[in-house]
Design a protein around this ligand. Sequence first.
Ligand code: SF4
Length: 581
Amino acid sequence: MKILLSTLHAKYVHNSLALPCLAAACQGLEGVTAVIREFTVNEPSDHLLRALVNEEADVAAFSCYIWNITETLKLAADLKQIRPETFIILGGPEASFGVFELMTRHPAIDCVVRGEGEETFRELIACLAGSAGGRDLLEHVSSGITCRAGEDIVASPDRTVIKELDCIPSPFSAGLADLAKPLVYYETSRGCPFSCAFCMSSLDREVRSFTMERIRCDLGILMDRGVQTVKFVDRTFNYSATRANDIWAIILEENRTSRFHFEIAADLLTEENFRLLRRVPPGIFRFEIGIQSGEDETLQRVGRRSDLARLFANVRRLRDETGVVVHLDLVAGLPGEDFPGFLRSLQQLIDLLYCGDNRRGEQFHIQVELLKVLKGSPMRKIAAEENYAFSGAPPYRVLRTPWLSFTEICRIDSISRLIDLIINSGRFQTVLAQTATARPLSAFFSAAGDYWNNAGHSAGLSQSALFETLWRFAVDYLPEPELEGFRDALCFDLCLAEYPSVTKLPGFFKGKGCVQKGNTREDNAAYMQKLEIPPGSRVRSFRHGFDRDFLSTPWENGPAEFLFVYISAPGRGLRVEVMKV
Ligand code: SF4
């Protein structure tokens, strides 16, 4: 019997952990072969259907999430029409809730595996390989499935969670995970000790960990193979500070070239954690830290236990004492938070990044997400009580709350996209640090979001158009005395982002009238000798004067001239070096 395990990712770079785990769980079943096929939601549906049909599988199992459920259901229906004999199974968080309704509306679906999949899926496949169907399935698979029995839809009870995670076969040891992708997902634990109402992980409070031997072995495979980025999907990786330190110590000892991404609760970090984190080379660890809201009352209303004062203090310590890259998350639309409250929350995050005129943003990202009122999450009950409006279709995004109008939700959405373009792109660090010295950046982003919306700009501006648009917004928004400082910083950022072609300098650059002298190859040669330039590189340089020394800490007022050197080579991208001359 051939099983096809498939999913549709949001982006090509993503990689499935669930499918290799299910394939590993089915290893050793007599007469069963499994193939994994991963696609993206953006691929043409006829191409996807052809690929699925060509597999000629007896069983097709799909891993379902909010970003792929609509397309998956359509594909499953089409597949069933062409191959009625294929038994179609759905699993994953988006299939595990509201199953009766889902199966009633989608007759192509033969069975849904609810909750944690490995044990249930193995039993189900063993049963199908022995040709059981209908009510017989329920007899053999005693928990965790909903299936059809004639005209009826029948369900077995929920399965209890797997207590000893080591009994789940390793997809890495079995060679079933695609380690060539730039991002490989990996888990060392399941469950979360916290219970935030908007999160599906709040339903799985029983935290279980693989043993340290198993973790050492799996991680060893990933590091030996030189996986580019290992993304830990543990819901709160450092729920135990000692366990986190033990795993980080393994990485410090054995890592070669990989980078590692963890979701952590920053308020749980301990002195021992910091002692170890100070030894991690810069840029190797990335921490995703959910702040969600800076308002205590809002956090309490969704049952989120966070010590915000300790959390912010520890993020500052990560910034000042370690080379960890920090990614801070906010969720907009939580109960009790209005638009000014959202801006206050955002400002608290920004204050962690831009202190004084130092450019500290390189190490930080901010992500603002609109609340999703997920199926099966406790947030659904709160939303009903508080009269929320949210989309009935995945991803169930909030549309209005008693505290935020639809217009304010749209404004927050624009701010979120601008934060991505302006903070997370890393291309405007000088401008941001400069602007933060005079005004709260949350107000700047709020006004910029409105400007972008009114001008009808999309997120897809070219780099030069983005610089020009930001300048036009600044002319509208900033008082005259601030404008020159903004222009100076914007010119510096432009020089860091790309080689400014002298014949195509943007308007704000041309108008500056700065001093440019000694810009011959010979003048610059002495400076460029200090740089390591790989053979075969293309090297260009640009020399320019500014009103401040942006390389000093703190910035010094007064004329300063810099040489920007642009080094590029096929496959290596662009490297920009800057030095004072
Ligand atoms: S938001 Fe984070 S801390 Fe809260 S329940 Fe979900 S995973 Fe756990």
